[in-house]
Design a protein around this ligand. Structure first.
Ligand code: 3UK
Length: 523
């Protein structure tokens, strides 16, 4: 065995000379009216690599991306890792405040930004002092000249990276509210490819892949970058947000064979179809859902309408992609499925002891795609990863056949449309309304079985009618993204609190009828 870890670079993994000899002429990306072959993509990556280097970057420096899903996103991501930099894709839906936080926290030295999103970083004027900026014209997709702040005299030809070299940093708001950076090494991606994409999805070079989730999200990054490129397949990209109508049109026109979405996307397409509109999924062989639990009703209606099974699976930013999943020909409605080969999962009680079948436990997971650390957060890393086991914060139950069932988050945060909602943040907005004295937000489900935010509100004085609910909703809507605005508001006389003054959210959750039978409510 060699003492030196062998060289490995993520960019070569996808686009190395040897691979290009085999798949160079195949189409890697379809975008608008462009078809980009693997050979052409490699040229694009090389262009971006020299742009990055001419901005004076060194190995390990962070390159932030604030880009829509596009060939430039993929080329820039691979260019950054090819020169040994750490790529930091940023959620394009975040407000300027959060974007600034991520740029500062990651200490990015270069930002590649969509011209349409430029105002998210120029607000304070600070960003440009700290880091160089390259602009991609949203319409033409051409790139501005680098504003050489400190050009390297000797460019890094090829960084000597290994599977253990830091490759990218994904920010997730998770349970704490403030975004935290989840660091991944070059070797994380091949691990998800070899264990999930190859074994569970059986992707091959004939596949045409489309993901409704974006590449700044770990789910979308795997779906649209890692999996299709590793398989020599074709990824279909779209920058714009799509309505059900456009999505249906896109699918019919582009004919994907594999489709990835979050549950809300499946619901949108179902509703569209059930309203009598045309949705042609005849090209699709496989549908995948993740981000939050797929409601049984959506799974069943989808099967009924399209004769297609949706494979639900749980993944996380910390584990990079899906580690428990259903399989083709072996899926159970309401379940996240069984552990993906290459990963280990345990259900434990609060003392860390394994729980038996059918009992609720905290989900711990282990595998070669686990995060190396939270960026600059050693205590959080220590709390979350113990002996290689990543504590997911999810509560699960397992049946006798080792199928896992999601019960909820052990903390109070939850997801709506696949995006995190922190109750504390929403509550702080609600109580800034003049009529509201106290507020508590819990997750609930709407009529279609999808997660939604529900607020319990104590009113100062005045008419507790529908008009006030509407007013509070529009007040919250002007201060929060729509998915965080409680669609359900309940007025209550008094807030249930513990002796130490903490809101007893579990009582409210029980009241909203969400606690599953068998769940314990005396936490
Ligand atoms: C929840 C699910 C029930 C669960 C993700 C696929 O969602 C992803 O990553 P995040 O870091 O959130 C992780 C948390 O989301 N969750 C995700 N999938 C499911 N709950 N059923 C599911 N199928 O609480 C988990 O801890 O945003 C999903 C691939 C990569 C990802 N990063």
């Amino acid at each position: 065995m060699s003492v030196y870890p062998s060289q490995f670079n993520l960019c070569d993994y996808f686009l190395g000379d040897e691979r290009l000899r085999q798949i160079g002429d195949r189409t890697a990306i379809e975008y608008r009216d462009r078809r980009i072959t693997y050979n052409e993509l490699r040229d694009e990556v090389d262009h971006w690599a020299s742009r990055i280097l001419s901005c004076g970057l060194n190995e390990g420096d962070r390159v932030a991306l604030l880009l829509y899903d596009s060939p430039e996103f993929i080329a820039c991501f691979l260019a950054a890792v090819s020169v040994g930099a750490v790529c930091v894709p940023i959620n394009t839906f975040l407000p300027a405040r959060d974007v600034e936080f991520i740029l500062a926290d990651s200490a990015a030295r270069l930002l590649v930004v969509e011209s349409e999103l430029e105002d998210k970083v120029n607000s304070s004027g600070e960003t440009e002092n700290r880091c160089a900026v390259l602009k991609v014209d949203t319409r033409t997709r051409s790139c501005s000249k680098p504003d050489d702040i400190n050009p390297r005299t000797e460019p890094l030809a090829h960084a000597a990276t290994t599977r253990e070299t830091p490759g990218f940093l994904l920010y997730t708001s998770g349970s704490t509210g403030t975004p935290k950076g989840v660091l991944h090494l070059h070797g994380s991606i091949p691990f998800t490819v070899e264990n999930y994409a190859a074994n569970v999805l059986r992707l091959n070079s004939e596949d045409r892949v489309f993901s409704a989730s974006r590449m700044f999200f770990a789910y979308g990054l795997g779906n649209s970058l890692s999996f299709p490129l590793a398989a020599g397949a074709t990824v279909l990209l779209e920058s714009e947000r799509m309505s059900a109508e456009r999505l249906a049109g896109f699918i019919e026109e582009r004919a994907p064979t594999v489709f990835f979405g979050v549950p809300a996307v499946y619901l949108t397409l179902l509703d569209y179809r059930l309203s009598g509109k045309r949705v042609d999924l005849s090209s699709v062989r496989l549908c995948i859902s993740a981000g939050e639990a797929l409601p049984a009703k959506i799974f069943e209606d989808w099967q009924q309408e399209f004769e297609l099974t949706i494979l639900d699976g749980i993944g996380s930013t910390e584990m990079l992609h899906i580690f428990i999943s259903n399989r083709e020909g072996n899926s159970l409605v309401g379940s996240s499925g069984t552990v993906v080969e290459g990963y280990d999962a345990r259900l434990v009680d609060d003392a860390g002891h394994a729980v038996g079948a059918k009992e609720l436990g905290n989900l711990w997971v282990r595998g070669g795609s686990a995060t190396a650390e939270y960026w600059n957060r050693p205590e959080l890393t220590e709390q979350t990863i113990k002996d290689g086991w990543v504590h997911t914060g999810d509560v699960y139950r397992r049946d006798d056949d080792d199928f896992f069932y999601h019960i909820g988050r052990s903390d109070d945060c939850f997801k709506v449309r696949g995006l995190w909602v922190s109750p504390i943040e929403v509550e702080s907005v609600l109580i800034s309304h003049e009529a509201v004295s106290e507020a508590a937000v819990v997750s609930s489900v709407d009529d279609s079985g999808l997660a939604t935010a529900r607020a319990y509100v104590v009113i100062r004085e005045g008419e507790r009618g529908e008009a006030l609910k509407d007013e509070i909703r529009s007040f919250a809507g002007s201060r929060l993204p729509q998915y965080k605005v409680p669609s359900q508001i309940e007025f209550i006389e008094e807030m249930p609190r513990t002796s130490t003054g903490k809101i007893q959210r579990y009582k409210l959750r029980a009241e909203s009828g969400r606690l599953l039978s068998g769940g314990s409510d005396d936490q």
